[in-house]
Design a binder for this molecule. Structure first.
Ligand SMILES: [Mg+2]
Length: 236
């Protein structure tokens, strides 16, 4: 069982929380977009947006920057979190463990070249995180990996469509203000991009290797995609 599955199991009984999207310099709401064609899929709550005053760009309406949007998965894409202390990790976070009514420490390795990747991608895209992890976990990780506030929105498990305990689908329609031709999701899980595979870029799993250079190698492709008329028409 992968390390993140341990984490998911640990938090699976945690109550549902409303997602807070951190945004810059103005406030607003996003409406939910749900296609309820599968009874096993949970209903998604309305998104409420709390703007992050420390973030410099203001692009949530998709009408100011004219950039495309790039949603980034966390686990095994940007970071790898483990319950057992590995030989190499970059930081640790404390998270609630509802099953034990206590805190648990997670050891987090960031994918090599992450800072450079975020710096470069923020020039071409409005950056979001879209994780199947809980909101608390998402915020703890993003606060650490993005001290510059380059990531302008955070979506977490509450905004995934749960098929079963391990299968969470990510619907990019939830992120308002951009046309589907301008939306991308970088993720290591085929499940995550199942709803809109033409908008997805599958990446290799990251399990903490210091020799991983995927983020460096994908920069050129993403810069190219930032300038195409319709990302869904481009083989990725
Ligand atoms: Mg993942």
């Amino acid at each position: 069982m992968s390390c993140i599955r341990h984490v998911y199991q640990m938090f699976i009984r945690s109550k549902q929380e409303k997602l807070i999207l951190k945004k810059c310099s103005k406030q607003g709401k996003m409406n939910k977009i749900i296609t309820q064609n599968d009874e096993q899929i949970q209903e998604i709550p309305d998104l409420e947006i709390t703007l992050n005053q420390t973030t410099q760009v203001s692009t949530f309406d998709g009408c100011l920057s004219k950039k495309k949007m790039l949603a980034l998965d966390l686990d095994e894409t940007l970071v790898c979190s483990k319950l057992q202390k590995p030989a190499n990790y970059d930081f640790e976070i404390a998270q609630d463990d509802p099953s034990q009514n206590s805190k648990v420490i997670l050891y987090v390795a960031t994918r090599p070249f992450l800072e450079q990747f975020l710096d470069e991608m923020s020039k071409y895209y409005d950056l979001f995180v879209f994780t199947a992890g809980l909101n608390e976990y998402c915020n703890a990780i993003v606060d650490k990996i993005d001290p510059k506030g380059l990531i302008i929105g955070r979506l977490s498990r509450e905004h995934c469509r749960m098929v079963n305990e391990y299968k969470y689908l990510k619907d990019l329609k939830l992120i308002d203000g951009y046309e589907m031709k301008d939306k991308l999701l970088l993720d290591n899980s085929p499940y995550s991009i199942e709803l809109q595979p033409e908008n997805g870029i599958l990446c290799p799993d990251f399990y903490g290797s210091k020799h991983d250079n995927y983020l460096l190698t994908v920069i050129d492709k993403l810069i190219f995609l930032s300038d195409v008329p319709d990302v869904t028409l481009v083989q990725k």
